[in-house]
Design a protein around this ligand. Structure first.
Ligand SMILES: [Cu+2]
Length: 158
């Protein structure tokens, strides 16, 4: 191997190492995440992030341009409300008979049926905060214990 080829090989290895450290730095900020809202007897409802534990308060980091999908499997509608941060883009991506059996008004960010799914996209860096406003059950007969949980979500975008 000539010294020139050695130099080229070292440069290539350094570039590869730099690429690895960049992807390692981004590993903490995923491109997307998945949240599911479900019914619970205690606290009425909760939500889980990427198949993890159900808890009313969820936090995650996303890379810029990333998105989160929120699916409502609760027995009542949920309307997603942004309370802080740069304006996120919220779109209904699965209508799933949205509004059927629902009491009250359906808004553009209402998941008004089981299976209804929103996609929330984050185009700017910042700390985005959300909550949901729950509506009335689609059907009667579900009794719950304790105060209804207030669902909260914080998305940090770098
Ligand atoms: Cu509920």
């Amino acid at each position: 191997m000539t010294s020139k080829r050695v130099a080229t090989t070292i440069t290539t290895l350094a570039a590869a190492a730099a690429a690895v450290s960049v992807s390692a730095a981004l590993a903490g900020a995923a491109p997307s995440a998945k949240i599911v809202i479900t019914h619970q007897t205690k606290g009425c409802h909760s939500w889980a992030l990427n198949g993890g534990a159900f808890k009313p308060m969820q936090q995650l980091a996303l890379r810029r341009g990333g998105y989160v999908t929120i699916k409502n499997n609760d027995v009542m509608p949920h309307t997603l409300i942004q309370t802080a941060g740069p304006k996120a883009t919220i779109k209904l991506v699965n209508a799933a008979m949205n509004g059927m059996g629902m009491h009250g008004k359906i808004g553009p960010t209402t998941m008004g049926h089981m299976g209804a799914t929103l996609k929330v996209t984050f185009s700017q860096p910042g700390s985005y905060k959300f909550t949901t406003k729950a509506g009335e059950d689609y059907m009667s007969g579900f009794t719950t214990t304790g105060e209804d949980h207030v669902l909260r979500l914080v998305v940090t975008v770098k």
